[in-house]
Design a protein around this ligand. Sequence first.
Ligand SMILES: [Zn+2]
Ligand SMILES: [Zn+2]
Length: 306
Amino acid sequence: MDTVLHYSDQFVFDTLYAKIWPSHTAVSNATGAIISSWPRDDFWRINLSVFAITCIFGWVLYLLTASLSYYLVFDHDYMKHPKFLKNQIKMEIECAVSAIPWMTLLTLPLFTGEVLGKSMLYGGVPKTLYDWLYLVMSVPSFLFFTDCGIYWFHRWMHHPKVYKFLHKLHHKWVIPTPFASHAFNPFDGFIQSLPYHIYAYMVPMHKYLYLSMFVFVNFWTVMIHDGEFISHSTIINTSAHHFIHHVYFNYNYGQYFTLWDILGNSHRQPNEEQYDKAIRDDHKVMARQAHEASEIEGSLAKTKTL
Ligand SMILES: [Zn+2]
Ligand SMILES: [Zn+2]
């Protein structure tokens, strides 16, 4: 993030802040251009710039990835499902686009801390074989740690006393589309992103790898909502597993793997109803799924979670 901020300062913010606050300008020694006199290392400038970068990057990444997934991957026959809401895509996009700035604001102290060198992120080119091995092993280590964290935070948010305050909004989409991927209550999105930041503050990780993993995580979040069930894996938490989470509620809380669901006794393997397109598009199958989902919603209402 510090590298992104450096180039954003150079090409955008120095000039932009000079235009927004024309009374606070200076002349660049290097180029002779008019730039902001607000110091780049000022704490509040860093916060404002990091907020703008993260929010705009979040919007672009979400809209681009979800649109590509929606048009190229998503099974549009799912829009005939009785549980697919009227105007659902518009509602999902509105929900996600309005949540991203609030999620960014909640996460801002952690992002800023990473820019200011308070985390365990490191830079530089790996020199020894050990450095390279550590870099490569950071990937499974990061995935394992964050998968565990997300599983337990997600499962906690399904607790009857917590659910309606934090996580209910994401389950409005019983038949999710890729646009549901970031359609959360902002506090829900923030809590589910905490394992990534906890890792960065606890375990040394190369900053470029961390940035790459952050982008990957956003891709993955879209992919598990894409409704196209290519993989029959029992190890990877695929979009078929996450589809089951949305319809049947108390299963498959994981993010990348099924490990914690298997250990936590919440794993439910998808079957031909998800994998076989002829069966999954059958209106009788959809009607039964809708009935079962409504029964679950009814039983949750009785426990006053809805
Ligand atoms: Zn959930
Ligand atoms: Zn979801």
